[in-house]
Ligand binder design. Structure first.
Ligand code: HEC
Ligand code: HEC
Length: 235
């Protein structure tokens, strides 16, 4: 019990919570979403750079980490936090690290005075520093590349765990994909798409478990691709 409690406390302290003297807790992740995502894209990396009205938060933070120098690595974060706290309330063309052309196209950021408190900004700035991190970005990119190198069914197996219930060849709690393929032809594609989207039950003798719905978990493209793959197993 004490060990579990210890882990909980550690997890709490190492999270992005920022506790202030008033004892209130600020969640930088929630605050940045509420206060800054209207203009700044928060994804790392952003899925698209089209129609940007402000640089992405990743670009902003990498920029600040690059431009704001510190001889002492431990004070680097503090300097960046101070810059963010000041800039968001008192932005100006002179202070911005944005290059001139970008400033001309975005315009200077409107002051967020009144929209965000100093304590909230402190939590947001620490969150930015921790989240938009080069090592983290490299890991995310490497994982994206790994997933992209998998075939569609391998990736979907990994992401959706179809193979917890299904095997390609063998009967498990769910019918094998080969067995499913043997019942259908290309013209039944819509039936199988519907089964994956909505789930099914009672179609296969001896199967007591229902097939769960994947409507909210998978893209239409992935569902379509899985059905093509299953049908390709037909001998
Ligand atoms: C109404 C739109 C808008 C909102 C809301 C907004 N920003 Fe900005 N922000 C911009 C634009 C546009 C720029 C680029 C121009 C500039 O540097 O002033 C910018 C630039 C910045 C920069 C300076 C980047 C640099 O290179 O100097 C920081 C830091 C920043 N924003 C932080 C924030 C934070 C933190 C929030 C949320 C509390 C926020 N912004 C909310 C529009 C916005
Ligand atoms: C929790 C277990 C479980 C998981 C996970 C699961 N299935 Fe199923 N699936 C079943 C069962 C059980 C059936 C048989 C349902 C029946 O008897 O009607 C089934 C049936 C099917 C069928 C045949 C539907 C039909 O109309 O004949 C397809 C296609 C299918 N699953 C695809 C998938 C795919 C693709 C995934 C992963 C995205 C997946 N399943 C994940 C349990 C599961």
């Amino acid at each position: 019990m004490r060990i579990i409690y210890g882990i909980l406390v550690l997890g709490f302290l190492s999270g992005c919570m920022n506790s202030t003297s008033s004892g209130q807790k600020y969640d930088g992740g929630e605050l940045i979403e509420a206060k800054c995502s209207k203009c700044h894209n928060l994804d790392m990396p952003p899925k698209s750079y089209d129609n940007e009205i402000a640089p992405s938060m990743m670009a902003v933070t990498f920029h600040l980490k690059d431009f704001i120098k510190s001889n002492d690595p431990s004070s680097h974060e503090a300097k960046i936090v101070d810059f963010v706290k000041d800039y968001v309330i008192n932005p100006s063309r002179d202070k911005s690290f944005c290059d001139k052309a970008s400033l001309d196209s975005y315009g200077v950021m409107p002051s967020q005075k009144g929209n965000v408190t100093e304590d909230e900004l402190e939590a947001i700035a620490h969150y930015m520093y921790a989240t938009y991190d080069n090592q983290k970005l490299l890991k995310i990119m490497a994982e994206k590349q790994r997933l992209a190198s998998l075939s569609l069914h391998e990736r979907v197996f990994e992401q959706q765990r179809c193979n917890n219930c299904h095997d390609i060849h063998k009967d498990k709690v769910a019918p094998s994909f080969e067995m499913i393929a043997s019942r259908y032809t290309q013209k039944d594609k819509a039936t199988l798409i519907k089964s994956i989207k909505d789930g099914t039950k009672g179609k296969y003798k001896g199967k007591v478990l229902p097939m769960p719905s994947f409507k909210d978990k998978m893209s239409d493209k992935d569902i379509d691709g899985m059905v093509d793959w299953i049908l390709s197993l037909k001998q």
